[in-house]
Design a protein. Sequence first.
Length: 478
Amino acid sequence: MEVEDKERGVVRQPGALVKASTTQAVLKSAPMLDEHRAEILALAAQPAPVAAGVVAAAAVPAPAGLPLAGVTILELATLFAGPHGTTMLTDLGARVIKVEPLVGDRIRNIIQFPESGGAKVMQGKESLAIDLGTDEGKAIVREIASKVDVVMQGYRAGAMRRMGLDYDSVKATNPDVIYVNAPGYGVDGPYGGRPAYAPSIGAATGQPLANVGDTVRESDDLTLAEVQDGARRLSGAASMSNAQADGIAALGVASAIMFGLAARQRGAGGQELFSSMLNTGAHAMSAQAVVYPGCPKEPEVDHELRGLGSLYRIYDAREGYVFLAAMTPGDWERLARALAPYVDVANDERFRTNAGRNAHPKELIAILAEVFTKKTAAEWEAELLPRGIGCVELNMESIERKLNDPAFGAASGYLAPTVHPIFDEHDRIAPYVQFSRSLTQALPGVLAGQHTDALLAEFNGKSPTEINDLAARSVVGR
């Protein structure tokens, strides 16, 4: 969409992260520097309003609890993006009912070891295994939808309408419902019916190109070997396990749900919300996706994929590698002083100013490359970090192995112990957010249909005999 900016003119940018049917977003120009100084100072000078009879919060602290306790979410989605969005909210106390096929969500067996592929996205949920191809199955889920706070669906355009589980159908029996659509390409438009996977969404938003820099050449005269090499690089960049489209989209889903709940709490009532993988990915790529007349080009990683220039870069050490981040004038001054015993860059006329350093990147890279080979990566980190210089040893292991290192993951609070029905005792990633007073929880994953009986009894009033009959006819699974 286009926004008229006071300083930059017409700015083309992604639309609102969450599209709302009732509380629609209003995108405005970015504020000018100090534009609202007078209003903010006037607001700060006003005494804080205190309602009559209200006791100061510090005097009577509220009991600690889970922030989303009492919120029930019905999940109608598969694989990772949407389901991981609701998983994050189970850590905050939300109750998430996952509807999946009789054989379970296919992510459960996407990796050879059973359940390992879906370990993350099943955490803290209650699983209802059901055949939505049957009238009885659809009726059961529609009844559950009439009693929840949030419905999150991640299927292609038209799928929910065919099952009578679209927003209008659910709203008829649950007018205060927050209904979040979270498919890959949206629910309408030319791509609404397309299947979406992380690599395809990543490619559509430009993430692979940002990751490969100029190592993939675009030309009409490419050889077959160059085409194949470029395809392998782009494929790897699009399907990397860290910072990929699924995880980014999950944050958009969680944000949409929280937005809907907050708006309802403030009196907006129930409404339909939209959050697509494509739009969330475009927001993540805002550095490239936001353009205006005369906008500077986003810096690209160099051909060796080592970094951006001389002072934001990977260097070889005597053993291992270091990443140096010293972009500001203050960073440079500290770095020059710290390296004085090895090389005098502070008095080199080429590097005295930021403009000079930018004008001689190759020369500075060569000097620093020589210096960093004098010690190991661990030694450089130990020497430079305490002096306020961003220089760290590169971790050459997978992030999973590093997190599971007790000296790092558990000691840093990144892991939490839990007990899984199959994996037994194991560590999982701790909740992403911690609070000073409110609680969080780190629950295990669940098996397909693990809660079918309990959910049918609670939400649908089914007796054990009726549930056994449904199971015998393969309408539900356990």
